[in-house]
Design a protein around this ligand. Structure first.
Ligand SMILES: [Zn+2]
Length: 144
């Protein structure tokens, strides 16, 4: 049994592996919605596990008002979910290599730079105009 399966049982997730689902192919990636997590194929089990904890971080982040405080900024939310997940992992006795932590922040989290509205449909209209760089300007900056 994979470590992810043990953790999923403990934390109340149903895991659907990429090969079992008919959703789009996931490689070195996973996603979750509620108590369901779709886990893709990973070339590194440490990456799979740290990703699992990142998804768990998405569950944990709703326990405080961080999301509202950062005006639904997806990049900040993503980074915080990595922080929360890695901290939760540490509390459960899982420590990750520098390689895995570096991969998480530099590859996964940074992929959201310029993609702030990826996970929040209201961000574009409601929060983007509030960015300091856009205040008082009549035009939109789509490259932000
Ligand atoms: Zn995420």
């Amino acid at each position: 049994m994979r470590e992810i399966d043990k953790l999923a049982k403990k934390l109340g997730y149903e895991i659907i592996y990429n090969k079992d689902s008919d959703c789009e192919s996931l490689y070195n990636d996973c996603m979750s919605s509620g108590d369901t997590m779709w886990v893709g194929e990973y070339n590194n089990e440490d990456y799979a596990l740290i990703s699992f904890f990142h998804e768990y971080g998405h569950r944990l982040i709703h326990k405080n008002d961080f999301i509202e405080k950062c005006n639904y900024n997806t990049l900040m939310i993503e980074i915080e979910c990595w922080n929360l997940g890695i901290e939760a992992a540490r509390e459960m006795g899982y420590l990750f290599s520098d390689d895995a932590v570096g991969w998480a922040y530099s590859k996964k989290a940074m992929s959201y730079v310029g993609n702030d509205c990826r996970e929040c449909s209201t961000w574009e209209e409601k929060y983007k105009p509030l960015l300091w760089i856009n205040k008082g300007k009549g035009e939109r900056y789509d490259d932000l």
